[in-house]
Design a binder for this molecule. Structure first.
Ligand SMILES: Nc1nc2c(ncn2[C@@H]2O[C@H](COP(=O)(O)OP(=O)(O)OP(=O)(O)O)[C@@H](O)[C@H]2O)c(=O)[nH]1
Ligand SMILES: [Mg+2]
Length: 600
């Protein structure tokens, strides 16, 4: 049997997981010296590269001495926490990273809790020790406290610690030592992480933890082999979560090495491989011996906490920018998404209307952003949290929120959060004039909070949150405190009229932008909506004042990204999303319709 170790890299968002994996690939010699690769090589899809975050967990394998080390890089953003939980079942140990300044953050708690509960062996990596503000000793203490608060067993509590600057390829076992390379990480993995259990001679058993799709071979299941041996061409059984058994044949077996995938003939217990040939494969399925199929424990799939409605675009500008605009196209695309993305759910709720549920706004905007890039055009509604009944009590999702704010601004932020039903849990000085404040807050109250928070903290505040649990419904919460600037007319914006409007609030659009009646062009500085005319030219006069237009000074418009716009809108508003534009609009375009409906 080959010597194998299986590890996952877990942490809060941005603590350096993917960068550390770069270093592991590099320093194990997996990247040939001639091989060109990008920074954060595992973040391979376009959106991941652009945003600098990991969205999908991905696996790779390296060789170190006579061992194969399978490594799964996981996403740190809270919306993808469910995926991390599934990945943890596939490995025997973890590298849990924590930023040497930021310390324990909400998602650190989430992943550590899951990892400890599954009995995995941790190696703690205190990363970014090169930061001038780094306080590695404080962060080690925080990790000890976290582990003991979360009932780590003695073995887990006795975790090895590695100090690293992953970006520079530096690691060491003691802060007092000279900087070394990643050898100490490899050695610690070999000595501390248990070998995979299971036997290559047993009947075959593997579990699928991620799905992939390839135009040539179809659906691909990435799985960990727990027992037995498998060969290309083998007949196997797929044991589904509902107890159904489906027979099939492994048409292709795929192995991993560095950034490459290659066809292999055979694989055995302990390894992580992908296979094609079974179109019905799902996450959590056990691939097993057809003669004696024994299913492994089903996987926990996280419940969605948030929904938005995707609908056919019916704005006056519909169909001008996207290629795929019909209800059928939209439905096919959303159904395709559900095939590989187990964390999301789809429900048809009307003609051309689809309710999509997921774990958070980022998960939903990632889907919307991908669809835009594939030339789809559609609208989405304001996110709503999922309210459900638990033992007869109406409950809603709550989040654990951590904010870092300059001390002098903390009062403002605390007051704002109070109005949103947040309960303060702790407050700590963080050095450099910052305070760290922790809250528990209804997820509903966080929608739209980020924009306000950034304004209140002049962009200096940092906020992080992650799902806590369902709790009894908390009643009304405060939402957006400003109204909208709404266009009263179709046409193209002119500098002259925007100049007149900009004193009334903040504009989202610039000159020569197409607008329509009912489209929102900015945020009003007061609470009510204001209907405006952004296309009005200067009154004609006999005297030609050449160059007068150039004298008009417009404030640059506020850039409304998809996330920002989604957080901003209210129930009576929509986002119109096309490959070229994100527009914000009223559901009802004319003022008279809006009046009629608000009276109802
Ligand atoms: N100063 C410093 N920065 C680092 C270090 N390691 C990573 N970074 C930076 O931290 C940022 C985040 O790194 P990533 O590797 O993408 O973090 P991640 O944990 O994979 O993030 P997600 O996958 O989005 O959760 C990048 O800008 C890195 O360059 C380090 O050792 N020191
Ligand atoms: Mg990453």
């Amino acid at each position: 049997m080959q010597k194998i170790r299986n590890i996952a890299v877990i942490a809060h968002v941005d603590h350096g997981k993917t960068t550390l994996v770069d270093g592991l690939l590099e320093q194990s010699g997996t990247f040939g010296s001639h091989e060109q690769h990008d920074e954060r090589a595992m973040d391979s899809n376009a959106l991941e590269k652009e945003r600098g975050i990991t969205i999908l967990s991905k696996n790779t394998a390296i060789r170190y001495k006579d061992h194969k080390i399978n490594i799964i890089d996981t996403p740190g953003h809270a919306d993808f926490g469910g995926e991390v939980e599934r990945v943890l079942k596939m490995v025997d140990g973890v590298l849990v990273l924590v930023d040497a300044y930021e310390g324990v953050m909400p998602q650190t708690k989430f992943v550590v809790k899951k990892m400890l509960a599954l009995g995995k062996k941790p190696i703690v990596v205190i990363n970014k020790i090169d930061k001038p503000s780094a306080e590695p000793e404080r962060v080690v203490d925080e990790m000890f406290d976290l582990f003991s608060d979360m009932d780590a067993n003695d073995d887990q509590l006795d975790f090895p610690i590695i100090y690293a600057a992953a970006r520079d390829g530096i690691a060491k076992l003691d802060m007092a030592e000279e900087d070394g390379n990643f050898e100490c990480i490899f050695e610690t993995i070999l000595s501390e992480i248990p070998e995979p259990e299971g036997d290559a001679a047993n009947p075959f058993q593997a579990q699928v933890f991620t799905l992939d799709y390839d135009n040539y071979v179809g659906k691909i299941g990435i799985s960990r082999i727990f027992n037995g041996t498998i060969k290309k061409g083998d007949t196997v059984a797929l044991a589904k979560a509902d107890g159904e058994i489906v027979k099939g044949r492994i048409s292709k077996l795929i192995g991993f090495h560095g950034l490459n995938r290659m066809e292999i003939e055979q694989a055995e217990a302990g390894d992580i491989v992908a296979f094609a040939g079974m179109e019905t494969v799902d996450v959590g399925d056990t691939v097993c011996d057809p003669v004696n199929p024994v299913a492994l424990d089903p996987m926990h799939i996280e419940e969605p906490t948030l929904t938005v409605v995707f609908a056919v675009n019916d704005s006056p500008l519909a169909g001008q920018e996207g290629k795929h605009v019909t209800s059928n196209k939209l439905r096919d695309r959303l159904e395709a998404e559900m095939r590989t993305n187990v964390a999301m759910k789809l429900e048809v709720i009307g003609e051309g209307k689809f309710k999509v549920s997921g774990r958070g706004e980022l998960q939903i905007t990632v889907l919307a952003e991908n669809m835009r890039r594939e030339d789809y055009e559609f609208s989405i509604s304001r996110p709503e949290v999922i309210v459900k009944e638990i033992e007869g009590v109406k409950c809603e999702p709550f989040e654990h929120l951590v904010i870092d704010v300059p001390e002098d601004l903390s009062g403002t932020v605390i007051e704002r959060l109070g109005k949103r039903k947040a309960e303060m849990k702790s407050m700590l000085p963080m050095g450099q004039g910052f305070q760290r404040i922790e809250f528990e807050i209804p997820a509903r109250a966080l929608i739209g909070f980020r924009g306000q928070f950034l304004t209140d903290t002049k962009g200096e505040g940092v906020m992080n949150h992650s799902f806590l649990e369902f709790r009894p419904y908390s009643g009304e919460v405060e939402s957006r405190s400003y109204g909208a600037l709404v266009s009263m007319i179709d046409g193209e914006t002119l500098a002259f009229s925007l100049f007149g409007i900009q004193d009334r609030g903040v504009l989202f659009i610039g000159v020569q932008t197409k607008v329509y009646e009912g489209m929102i062009i900015g945020e009003h500085s007061r609470q009510n909506d204001l209907v405006v005319n952004p296309i009005k030219g200067k009154a004609q006069s006999n005297v030609r004042s050449s160059g007068a237009d150039e004298a008009i000074k417009l404030v640059p418009p506020r850039d409304m990204s998809l996330e920002r716009a989604l957080e901003w809108i209210e129930d009576d508003e929509l986002l119109e999303i096309t490959p070229k534009n994100i527009r914000i609009r009223k559901k009802f375009l004319t003022e008279s319709e809006r009046k009629r409906h608000s009276r109802k």
